[in-house]
Design a protein around this ligand. Sequence first.
Ligand SMILES: CC(C)(COP(=O)(O)OP(=O)(O)OC[C@H]1O[C@@H](n2cnc3c(N)ncnc32)[C@H](O)[C@@H]1OP(=O)(O)O)[C@@H](O)C(=O)NCCC(=O)NCCS
Length: 229
Amino acid sequence: MTLMVHRLHPVRAPLIIVGNDTAGRRMAYYFRRQGRTVSAFVADEGYIHAPVLDGVPVFPIEQIETRLAPDDHEAFVAIGPSRMNRVREEKCAQMERLGYPLTHYVSESAILWDGLEPKANTRIGERSLCQPFVQLGRNVSVASACVIGHDTIVGDHVFIASGVIIGGNVTIGDHAFIGTGSVIRSKVHVGPRCVIGAGVTLLESTAPDSVYANMSARKLPITSADIQF
Ligand SMILES: CC(C)(COP(=O)(O)OP(=O)(O)OC[C@H]1O[C@@H](n2cnc3c(N)ncnc32)[C@H](O)[C@@H]1OP(=O)(O)O)[C@@H](O)C(=O)NCCC(=O)NCCS
């Protein structure tokens, strides 16, 4: 068993990025850094802000079949956790119905155990670590600097924000959202569609659809000029 830094893909088909907001722009940047060509951004008509983004054409998803053939392209849906990850899920289904294979993204600096095969539309960001026997479902977004502990099983359409630490033998249900910097204890089961807020330390299993929030830090009745470092 070896943990390995994921190596670059061999030359692959040009990409269509679904989404022209910050997530789409960022994913295009990441894919291009891996040597991939981005042919277009597509989005629902009402969400298009400009006809070109970073030198790449942007057009409505309805025009895709007449402009870019499915046989020659792969797609990636770069949309955040909106509506408990359902917007991203729906766009994945739409692209697959239209015949565009969904690719995945793994940062060169991510470390995965060698049995982990990222599924369709899954992304694993910079310096994230997936320990041995971790399984990730379809359309899972793992942002930067996360640690996913051994034997953890993540369902489909899950969003894991940056800096999340997940212990070993955890299960995360479909459509869950795990907020920035949260910590999930080993052997905990996070139910489907749960929201684990930023900075939460979760020590217990959760019922489906639960929301957990952290307390914000206390503001002191002084200013920084009063601090004597
Ligand atoms: C937990 C979290 C999801 C709450 O979401 P939110 O949009 O802030 O929710 P709201 O502020 O509308 O709060 C909903 C209700 O819960 C209450 N609530 C929120 N946080 C609370 C807290 N820490 N303690 C007690 N009540 C709280 C609110 O008062 C509100 O009640 P009300 O409707 O009676 O006023 C949010 O704080 C969070 O942590 N989001 C994750 C952000 C993140 O990690 N993003 C990553 C990049 S995508």
